[in-house]
Write a protein that binds this ligand. Structure first.
Ligand code: DGJ
Length: 380
């Protein structure tokens, strides 16, 4: 019986692997090189393992960084993977860019939660800087820190520098004397969650005050480098209720202490940002764990806000659940943009899939139309 089961399993595995290979050939024949939701094979024939990721362009090469996921757990057993490509279709596996460590009690000890890594190049220091969401091993999602690592080469190896919460003892930029005094009086014990008084108090800085001494929570995140070279860390803070946009120091390795809050009590995760014709656009998700939900979109003419919310930009089958995915990054290519998202598979994390779709514009606003397959060479 055991032998028959093993044989059946082997046939299924071979079959699904074969399907991946056939799809790749068909894709190339039709030149519909990007097929969201399918297996995406690297140059060694394995499904790309770079989830919650982002892409950095350096020279004429794209570097895709993402979470390595294992068969049965989303905990970090390996670290951050890096893949390189010149055409965004054929990917070379560069290996582990940032490795977790065996050292007990280390911030990035094997088994920690290390999510949504993003890397950017600093032209002043000539270093590559990686930021990621870090949860300490065995503490669930309670640590809510960001981690920073640095490398001399785009693909790494990245050296871990530190992890911490954000902006301790620092008020947001738009909090003047009056706002600070008011926030100082707020206490989470005085409110019932989701009551109108609580929602108002969240806006007034209820959680900023709660975490003022220890630092603000830092979970789902992205990085953004503006045209003027200033870089920003954008992350879910305040129990995932409010996004923070924090400016980085000139070396891109620390927060400068200047930050603003976006959509207090709006419950946004998975921020992905880009700038088009002078307007900053940010696509986010709601907070439903690994389950997909409806994408949100915000715009602002300044990184510091005010940010205005727009309707869901997705169109097509499953548009109301972001086509089954969750945003992770927007990659500019020429004068176009690629929306990147993850289709999570929490029961079999290594099999999570990718959604890459071009962003169209309707009446000046971003729209993400579903496509079964599309030709990335037509973007340029
Ligand atoms: C949603 C986040 O966007 C993911 O990165 C991950 O943290 C999951 N939640 C965990 O449930």
């Amino acid at each position: 019986m055991k032998t028959i089961l093993a044989l059946l399993l082997a046939i299924c595995v071979l079959d699904s692997y074969g399907k991946g290979v056939i799809h790749e050939k068909e894709q190339k024949a039709q030149n519909l090189s990007i097929r969201s939701g399918e297996l995406w094979l690297d140059d060694s024939g394995h499904h790309i393992n770079a989830h919650g990721g982002g892409v950095m362009k350096y020279g004429d090469t794209y570097y895709w960084f993402g979470e390595h996921k294992s068969e049965y757990t989303s905990d970090a057993l390996v670290g951050v993977m890096c893949y390189s490509s010149k055409d965004l279709v054929n990917w070379h596996n560069c290996g582990v860019a940032l490795s977790v460590t065996e050292e007990l009690g280390h911030d990035i000890e094997r088994g920690c939660i290390l999510e949504r890594p993003k890397a950017i190049y600093n032209p002043v220091t000539k270093k590559f800087c990686m930021w990621f969401h870090l949860e300490l091993k065995g503490r669930g999602y309670s640590a809510a820190r960001y981690g920073v690592a640095v490398a001399d080469r785009p693909e790494g190896p990245y050296k871990f520098l530190y992890s911490q919460r954000a902006d301790a003892a620092t008020w947001p930029l738009d909090f003047g004397d009056e706002e600070r005094k008011l926030a100082d009086t707020l206490n989470t014990a005085h409110y019932k969650d989701w009551s109108s008084a609580w929602i108002k108090a969240v806006g007034q800085g209820l959680f900023v005050k709660r975490d003022f001494g220890t630092g603000q929570m830092s979970r789902d995140m992205t990085l953004y480098v503006d045209d003027d070279g200033h870089a920003y860390h954008i992350f879910s803070s305040e129990e995932n209720l409010t996004l923070h946009i924090a400016e980085l120091t000139a070396d891109y390795l620390h927060h400068s202490g200047r930050y603003v809050r976006v959509a207090p009590a709006g419950h946004n995760e998975a921020p992905a940002i880009f700038k088009h014709k002078g307007v900053y656009w940010m696509i986010t998700s709601g907070c439903t764990g690994w389950d997909p939900n409806e994408a949100r979109m915000f715009s602002s003419s300044s990184i510091w806000g005010p940010w205005k919310q727009h309707p869901n930009p997705c169109r097509g089958p499953k548009a109301e659940i972001t086509f089954g995915g969750q945003s992770t990054f927007v990659l500019p290519v020429g004068d176009r943009y690629i929306f990147m998202a993850d289709i999570w598979r929490p029961q079999h994390p290594i099999d999570a899939r990718y959604i890459w779709l071009p962003i169209d514009f309707e009446d000046g606003k971003p729209v993400i139309n579903w496509r079964d397959g599309w030709d990335i060479t037509k973007l340029r």
